[in-house]
Write a protein that binds this ligand. Structure first.
Ligand code: DP6
Length: 351
């Protein structure tokens, strides 16, 4: 079997000039101000968040997805490849989710045939590294383009959101905010870029503490939290202040303020998860060790802070000048298996 790049690179066109095969790249992102929970009383397929969120796009963690028109197929075909380009065993839940999403892609593109989709992440899938964000952003772009539609970025973001809330943010590069919005139909729940990567070229070092898949995915975890945590309303209410603090810190490139709100939002979300019934504990021993270590390093003058999603990996955001030092320190912390480093990345694009 040839490599992913050899087999799928390039677009091709049918006689009418409509692309029939498109490859798109999108990057993962991490939220500095977190999204956790859906907006009550809204249509599930719109996937509307209960809170806004603010993230940075990570150029070093990418999904590359090729979508090709396949009128011969009775159902969309979806295959995931590992980083080396070899097919992974099919995950029936993911295949169902992708097929449902591709129906929405056809709706937005004004119809079209079934698609053959191949997707490859260059980082581990499903272990709290936001693979659904880059995955659905790349799929929204590759799918609509293969079907001959060229959606403006805002519409692409709203489409990607229907696949996964965090995917709405991966449509853009640099610093990105996803507005909660208030409209029933979700038209105002769209991400927008706040600042380009070179506004503040922060770096992120991910401390990988397990290679296992997470036990409870984000969608199920946030549903349980919204339904059972007594603190959910307070989380929603306090969110606008966190978003404003993060926006201000980014505009001023004030690392201490950004660190304070990033850790606050992360710990508030995990507090919320712990207060669900039964409580959701995504951390392991190394996660806790890392929280204490990062705080001690910052207190000693190293501009770094942590954030953690629905998994035990710890993402350390830092100024570029200390990235080497942070990486070296992280590898010394007991339980850290390896690190992955990334700078800020660009928007989703077809290649
Ligand atoms: C903890 O976007 O994966 O990473 O919309 O249900 O697919 P669904 O959830 P998803 O949740 C991300 C949650 C988070 C925080 C964040 O990225 O904002």
């Amino acid at each position: 079997m040839g490599s992913f790049a050899t087999r799928f690179a390039g677009d091709s066109c049918c006689a009418r000039g409509t692309p029939v095969k498109t490859t798109a790249i999108a990057h993962a992102n991490i939220a500095l101000v977190k999204y956790w929970g859906k907006r009550a009383g809204t249509a599930p397929e719109l996937n509307l968040p209960a809170v806004g969120s603010l993230s940075i796009t990570l150029g070093g963690l990418s999904t590359e997805t090729t979508a090709e028109l396949a009128p011969d197929l009775a159902e969309d075909d979806f295959c995931m490849l590992d980083a080396a380009g070899e097919p992974l065993p099919p995950d029936p839940r993911m295949v169902r989710r992708v097929r449902a999403f591709l129906d929405l892609v056809r709706d937005r593109a004004g119809g079209g045939s079934r698609l053959r989709v191949v997707s490859r992440n260059d980082f581990p899938t499903g272990a709290g590294l936001a693979s659904s964000a880059s995955g659905f952003a790349a799929l929204a772009l590759a799918g609509t383009r293969a079907l001959g539609a060229d959606l403006p970025p805002g519409e692409l973001s709203s489409l990607a959101r229907c696949g996964s809330g965090s995917a709405a943010r991966s449509v853009f590069g640099g610093f990105v905010e996803l507005e909660r919005g208030t409209a029933e139909d979700g038209h105002d729940c769209v991400a927008r870029p706040l600042a380009a990567p070179d506004h503040w070229p922060l770096r992120v070092v991910v401390a990988v503490t397990t290679e296992q898949h997470k036990a409870i995915g984000s969608t199920a975890g946030m549903q349980r939290t919204a339904e059972t945590s007594p603190f959910f309303a307070a989380w929603v209410e306090s969110h606008p202040a966190d978003l404003a603090a993060a926006r201000d810190a980014i505009a001023a490139r004030d690392f201490d303020r950004l660190a304070a709100v990033t850790e606050l939002s992360c710990l508030s979300m995990h507090g919320l998860m712990l207060s669900a019934r039964p409580g959701l504990v995504y951390w392991n021993a190394a996660t806790v060790e890392l929280i204490h270590s990062v705080r001690a390093w910052r207190a000693a003058g190293v501009p770094c802070c942590f954030t953690i999603d629905a998994g035990p990996q710890v993402k350390v955001v830092c100024e570029a000048s200390v990235a080497d030092e942070v990486r070296a320190r992280l590898t010394e912390v007991p339980g850290v298996l390896r690190t992955i480093e990334s700078g800020l990345g660009q928007e989703a694009r077809s290649v």
